[in-house]
Design a protein around this ligand. Structure first.
Ligand SMILES: *Cc1c(COP(=O)(O)O)cnc(C)c1O
Length: 421
């Protein structure tokens, strides 16, 4: 199947007489005919559902769809994008370990890495994504266990050189984890460029309608967890009466461990209804991404020529430093998100946002409706000025998430608000 067909048909294939639409299995519990079967489920030697903190048939269908879209061997849905990043890392790292992340990532992820994981005894070194390989080498330590980056960084719209970081991580025998939220598998499939694990905030384009917070972890199945750096995968798990993940689950060792060990203990699994809403959104993901990209390209070109606009960051613009990189990693387009700043800095930015009529001011992005945000006073408020600049954010930066409205209506609204800025 091609991606467009997968959006509609992967994950749920009804048999004779079954519902055409994915059912909502609103149940915490499953029944069995014998204790023997339950024993096999608990031994992980039979397939099936045990308890809806670990799996559920509706969520399972959505996980299969996302795994197929990304080209992975399996996926695990989570209650948020934050939970996806947390569990993706805790599945590999423990107290005393270290990992490396590019600094151009979502603000909430910066907090998680720099503050909360540090309290767990896990240390993160932030690096400049544009640094040379030689420079990046210096960030690696004997206890480095993973490298993390974001395909299109929120909100600075920095495009990641996925291959460079994948090669570097692999040279050190550790996996490369990519947050692919803004690109979605429609625009970029990081596994094709060497990434090992993908995470998403499904809250954004995958859902697309701003109805349900959620996340997902996808496993490429390609990383060799038996390379000596990850004993938790090759030695018996005491909490699972001695299961050895690489032996019993082969290429699905990572995603199985994330589910039966991490999700079992941390408990951030979405409900069936949440997964059903996500699935409904994903059925039109391919169409929506096409229009988001086309509208954003038109709007970016309009903004770039506007006399009140100081800077526009959108990778399809020839002026973008990421123009060539985007051609390689994002040939179909760069999502609906544009960052730009208005002449007159913070004050002008605020006047502009307060004058918009069609575009709404929300703490959200990647919605089907056009929306705006001023990162320095909202999502990235907790960051220091230094961290802000590291994430590519100036005080006057506006993040515009171009929706699916007629592009002339979007431009008319931006035009009247710019006139008032
Ligand atoms: C929103 C976002 C997150 C966090 O996801 P939530 O679903 O809000 O927890 C992580 N990464 C990126 C790129 C995001 O845009």
């Amino acid at each position: 199947m091609n991606l467009e067909t997968m959006c509609l048909h992967e994950g749920y294939k009804p048999q004779n007489g079954e519902t055409r639409v994915l059912p909502i299995y609103q149940s915490t519990t499953y029944t069995y005919e014998s204790t023997e079967h339950v024993a096999k489920l608990f031994d992980l030697t039979a397939d099936g559902h045990m308890y809806s903190r670990i799996s559920n048939p509706t969520v399972d269908a959505v996980e299969k769809k996302i795994a197929a879209l990304e080209g992975g061997v399996g996926a695990l849905c989570t209650t948020s994008g934050q939970a996806a990043s947390l569990i993706a890392l805790l599945n590999i790292l423990k107290a005393g370990d270290h990992f490396i992340s590019t600094s151009a990532i979502y603000g909430g992820t910066v907090n998680l890495f720099a503050v909360t994981l540090k309290r767990f005894g896990i240390e993160c070194t932030f690096v400049d994504g544009e640094a040379s390989e030689e420079e990046l080498e210096k960030a690696f330590r004997p206890n480095t266990k993973a490298v993390f980056g974001e395909t299109i960084a929120n909100p600075a719209i920095v495009v990641l050189d996925i291959e460079k970081f994948a090669n570097l991580a692999h040279k050190h025998g550790v996996p490369f984890i990519v947050d692919n939220t803004f690109a979605t598998p429609i625009l970029c499939r990081p596994f094709e460029f060497g990434a090992d694990i993908v995470v998403h905030s499904t809250t954004k384009y995958l859902d697309g309608h701003a109805v349900q917070v959620g996340g997902v972890i996808v496993d490429s199945g390609k990383f060799n967890w038996a390379n000596g750096n990850f004993p938790e995968f090759t030695q018996p798990d005491d909490s699972y009466h001695g299961v050895v993940y690489t032996q019993q689950f082969g290429s699905a060792a990572y995603i199985t461990k994330a589910r039966v060990q991490m999700m079992r203990d941390l408990g951030a699994y979405p409900g069936a209804h949440a997964a059903w809403l996500l699935n409904l959104g994903m059925e039109t993901l391919h169409l929506r991404m096409e229009r988001h990209c086309a509208n954003a390209d038109t709007v970016a070109r309009y903004l770039e020529k506007h006399p009140k606009v100081e800077m526009v960051s959108y990778p399809t613009l020839e002026s973008s430093p990421y123009y060539n990189r985007a051609k390689k990693y994002l040939p179909k387009g760069c999502s609906g998100v544009i960052a730009f700043s208005i002449k007159g800095g913070r004050e002008a930015g605020i006047r502009f946002i307060d004058s918009l009529q069609l575009a709404s001011l929300v703490v959200h992005v990647a919605d089907c409706r056009t929306c705006v945000l001023h990162p320095a006073s909202s999502t990235h408020r907790q960051l220091t000025d230094e961290q802000l600049l590291g994430a590519g954010i100036t005080p006057g930066l506006v993040r515009l998430s171009v929706g699916l409205e007629n592009v002339e209506d979007i431009i008319a609204d931006l035009g009247q608000a710019l006139a008032k800025a």
